[in-house]
Design a protein around this ligand. Structure first.
Ligand SMILES: [Zn+2]
Length: 349
């Protein structure tokens, strides 16, 4: 994961699954004696509360998660079999315990129709009671415009993160934030997040996310909110459940004025661009991997390739890719939105 982060151009990553003792131990062994500024590893985990809402927790060090594990009395089978434990606690109890242990907490992928805060609640306070949240994770199907007019979220920093589940370059770093940090340490990252010093969010076009539009979770047919309600949220084609899309959910929560947010840069991972340009069936194709390596080795890292390297220089490596990245940078992208659990698709104009 650290090597993949370096190739991507990420300065810091979340460890994920830090409530799992064996996973914590692996990181602690790896991190000891290593230059801590090389790639900053922020101990992080998702947890599920008793209402099936997922929360993202960040800590300065892994021992904070060891304390949390004790507080939540997680042991034996509960903890050995999962990286995202399901707790018997409410969102408020979880947030309170995290704050007592010196960490930060906020709703994970906040708008998705399964296991998110806004899947179960209309207001932050219904989930967290009187305990404040430190940030909100937008999730892949939203950008910061989706939350800008929700009064509960005024003043809450929005973060974009990848929920990557591994080092694949089409997942890791597909979303990230640019932070203004005072020191290059996990504590510095936490301090920048809680202080709201998010300079820029970068991530997928929300339409690419698999829950962007309201759609049947079986056949993926899309509906407006009104149509879905008229069908009692049951697909007329195959009786599958219609799940409300992030686009519709965010719009109905947007009852206030739209407040300014940091700039949001829409991005497509380089392997997915190469897959399209080379007409391969998957970002894992060998052709994609070979060309990906040529770009990264030539220019240092993927984020630099996508955002900084002049198009003429990219064209010296591969012309088709250079014009695709140029189209991406200029917003010449046609999107076919995802929904119901199927990712959206894109093409370059
Ligand atoms: Zn259906």
């Amino acid at each position: 994961m650290v090597e993949a982060a370096r190739r991507k151009g990420l300065v810091a990553i979340g460890s994920g699954d830090a409530l799992h003792p064996a996973w914590r131990r692996e990181w602690e062994v790896f991190l000891s004696g290593r230059d801590p500024e090389e790639v900053i590893v922020v101990p992080s985990s998702e947890v599920e509360d008793r209402n099936r809402v997922h929360h993202l927790v960040l800590m300065e060090d892994f021992s904070g998660f060891s304390d949390l594990q004790e507080t939540f009395a997680l042991s034996g089978k509960d903890i050995a079999t999962t990286g995202r434990p399901r707790l018997r606690h409410s969102g408020e109890e979880i947030a309170c315990a995290v704050h007592d242990a010196g960490g930060l907490v906020g709703p994970a992928h906040a708008f998705t129709p399964w296991t998110s805060m806004y899947a179960s609640h209309d207001h932050v306070g219904e989930c967290y009671g009187s305990e404040p949240i430190d940030f909100l994770e937008l999730g892949l199907s939203a950008d910061n415009s989706y939350g800008a007019a929700i009064p509960d979220l005024y003043g809450v920093p929005f973060i974009s993160s990848s929920d990557a589940h591994g080092p694949d370059p089409w997942r890791m770093g597909r979303e990230y934030v640019v932070l203004e940090v005072k020191e290059a340490t996990p504590a510095g990252v936490l301090e920048a997040v809680s202080g709201g010093r998010v300079v820029q969010n970068v991530g997928l076009f929300p339409e690419e996310g698999k829950y962007n539009r309201t759609a049947c979770s079986r056949c993926f047919r899309q509906f407006t909110s009104d149509e879905a309600a008229a069908h009692a949220w049951k697909c007329p084609g195959d009786a599958g459940r219609i799940k409300k899309g992030v686009f519709d959910r965010a719009r109905e929560l947007s009852t206030g004025e739209s407040r300014p947010r940091p700039p949001y840069q829409h991005m497509i991972p380089l392997p997915e661009i190469l897959q399209r340009v080379l007409a391969c069936s998957s970002p894992q194709a060998r052709h994609v991997g070979n060309l990906y390596s040529r770009f990264v080795e030539r220019f240092g890292d993927e984020i630099r390739v996508l955002t900084e390297v002049p198009v003429e220089d990219l064209a010296a490596v591969h012309e088709g890719t250079a014009s695709a990245i140029d189209a991406l940078r200029c917003g010449r992208v046609r999107l076919s939105p995802g929904g119901g659990g199927r990712y959206g698709t894109f093409s370059f104009l």
